[in-house]
Design a protein around this ligand. Structure first.
Ligand SMILES: [Zn+2]
Length: 116
């Protein structure tokens, strides 16, 4: 499962953040995940909740995932729209394929709350 390796990477990154801040534990983690990333947010949350139990620093960390919609702007008519089509999106106004990605590729930690 792809999400398990992402959760493991998160744990590494969060341990590093905790170390840098001399934190006793991490209490809250907010993630930003775009639709385009292909990550199943429920699976990621499940994987993280399982893995965190092995890490005293993270065992009480709550995770919140901010899902970012896939949005494009049409280069032909300037129309901005949201879509679920990650493979062959076209403008929902003029059907052009000449599009610019505005959001949906995000895959990062947005904020972390720690207890020191
Ligand atoms: Zn258009």
């Amino acid at each position: 499962m792809h999400e398990v390796s992402i959760a493991l990477g998160m744990v590494d990154e969060l341990s590093r953040i905790a170390g840098e801040n001399n934190a006793k534990k991490i209490t809250f983690v907010k993630l930003k995940i775009g639709k385009m990333s292909g990550i199943v947010t429920d699976s990621l949350k499940f994987a993280f909740d399982a893995i965190k139990l092995e890490h005293p620093l993270l065992s009480s960390a709550e995770i919140f995932i901010n899902e970012v919609p896939l949005m494009y702007q049409c280069n032909d008519c300037d129309y901005t729209f949201e879509t679920d089509d990650i493979y062959f999106p076209s403008c929902s106004k003029c059907n052009a394929y000449n599009l610019k990605l505005i959001s949906g590729e995000e895959q990062h930690i947005e904020s972390v709350e720690v207890e020191v």
